[in-house]
Design a protein around this ligand. Structure first.
Ligand SMILES: C[S@@+](CC[C@H](N)C(=O)[O-])C[C@H]1O[C@@H](n2cnc3c(N)ncnc32)[C@H](O)[C@@H]1O
Length: 219
């Protein structure tokens, strides 16, 4: 039988140490990112083993320390990480203690399903420019027959007159690129009103016909 507590516990201890003793080295954000990924994987293992609640205080403490450290970060990457830590802390609390999104917010943390998280995220990350999480129309991808673009894979499945819903459009320019290629009937929807406001400013001059849908897909 695997000694999950021992294996995960010692890994967590090492990670807390590394997260609590951030260096001033130029790679420190990459180091925090790696520590977070490991911490997330360990928390997932603990959750599956029903042991997450036992480690909640220590995990919360490590993540709060990371947040305090990242508050001073002005780079885009530092700000992204700050939001990631806040969501990770909120999600761990939610899973360990069965909290709803509002109770998580009382801990000054967030879950990804909370619209206020996305509003703060889009208000907080620097600039209103374009940014893709998952890739956009002209993103190069590796397909079974070699390199191609995401658009080339999707194009055969679409007709120009189709009604297209871009759900959770974010700051990606996928819709803009498709619009320029002739897919004029695209509705952008996102849970964040803040994001939709900035998108309106970005799209209105060039693509007045592109609708921005209601803010949320939540029931
Ligand atoms: C990971 S980002 C992806 C953004 C964009 N599609 C991209 O590839 O860059 C997820 C987006 O979904 C939005 N979102 C989250 N939950 C949503 C919901 N229930 N309904 C609509 N949009 C939602 C967020 O505000 C965010 O912009």
């Amino acid at each position: 039988m695997v000694n999950l507590f021992g294996a995960v516990g010692s890994r967590l201890a090492a990670m807390w140490l590394s997260m609590l003793s951030f260096t001033a080295a130029s790679q420190h954000l990459a180091q925090i990112r790696r520590s977070l990924a490991e911490l997330e994987a360990s928390a997932q293992e603990l959750f599956e083993a029903g042991r997450l609640a036992d480690h909640l205080p220590a995990l919360g403490q490590a993540l709060e320390a990371a947040e305090r450290h990242l508050t001073a970060e002005t780079s885009a990457e530092g700000q992204e990480l700050f939001f990631m830590v806040r969501v990770l802390r909120g999600t761990i609390h939610q899973q360990a203690a069965g909290l709803d999104d509002l109770a998580v917010e009382d801990l000054n943390a967030f879950t990804l399903s909370n619209p206020r998280f996305w509003d703060e995220y889009y208000a907080g990350v620097s600039g209103n420019g374009q940014f893709d999480w998952y890739g956009t129309w002209d993103t190069e991808i590796l397909w079974p027959h070699g390199r191609t673009t995401l658009g080339s894979v999707i194009r055969p499945w679409l007709r120009r007159e189709d009604s297209i819903l871009m759900l959770g459009c974010g700051r990606s320019d996928m819709s803009e690129q498709m619009y320029r290629e002739g897919f004029k009937n695209i509705t952008n929807a996102d849970i964040s009103a803040t994001l939709l406001d900035s998108l309106r400013q970005r799209l209105a001059p060039e693509m007045p016909g592109m609708p921005l849908g209601p803010g949320s897909s939540q029931s």
